[in-house]
Design a protein around this ligand. Structure first.
Ligand code: GDP
Length: 179
């Protein structure tokens, strides 16, 4: 664990997206630098933390709320806002091999932009980029949507670790660090 140097900023981060797109896997990669091909989708630590040292004077600590809560609330749509209430940032995940998962991601973004904190930083992650042979969503299409909606955008692979640290670091850099 990095020593916290200078100022420590703490933020709540939530993950949203269709089931099986790799939300928990992205968290596992980011927090423990691990990947599990046979992970059961339902197992998901509800709450993990990870810190990023942006520079000598600035450390960002993410409190990460994984899918466990979200899956539980799915049956009752009215409870979903409890999950992202007070979130400073959100990672909305889709799977580049599943077009429907991008549609679901777009509906989460819409809901966040309507109902979450107006200052929330939202990143779109097109996960499973290692499966490009089965790609169904073009990078350019998702990038154009992200630009239009004002989202950070990365294609990631929890399996190979591609762009996972970059995703979280770019979120950290967009958060308010001048308090
Ligand atoms: P969640 O339901 O969105 O939390 O998805 P999981 O993290 O449980 O992942 C669902 C399945 O996709 C699991 O079998 C993972 O091993 C697999 N998976 C997750 N991320 C990746 C990835 O980047 N590449 C590949 N090839 N598989 C992945």
């Amino acid at each position: 664990q990095p020593q916290s140097a200078g100022k420590l900023f703490q933020f709540k981060l939530v993950l949203l997206g269709e089931s099986a797109v790799g939300k928990s896997s992205l968290v596992l990669r980011f927090v423990k630098d691990q990947f599990d091909d046979y992970r059961e989708s339902t197992i998901g630590a509800a709450f993990l933390t990870q810190t990023i040292c942006l520079d000598d004077a600035t450390t960002v600590k993410f409190e990460i709320w994984d899918t466990a809560g979200q899956e539980r609330y799915k049956a009752r749509a009215s409870l979903a806002p409890m999950y992202y209430r007070n979130a400073n940032c959100a990672v909305v995940v889709y799977d580049i091999t599943q077009t429907s998962s991008l549609d679901k991601a777009k509906s989460w973004v819409k809901e966040l932009q309507r109902q979450a904190d107006p200052n929330i930083v939202i990143a779109l992650a097109g996960n499973k980029s290692d499966l490009s042979a089965r790609r169904a969503v073009e990078t350019e299409e998702a990038q154009a949507y992200a630009d239009e909606a004002g989202l950070l955008f990365f294609e990631t692979s929890a399996k190979t670790a591609t762009n996972v640290n970059e995703l979280f670091t770019s979120i950290a850099k967009k958060l308010p660090l001048d308090m």
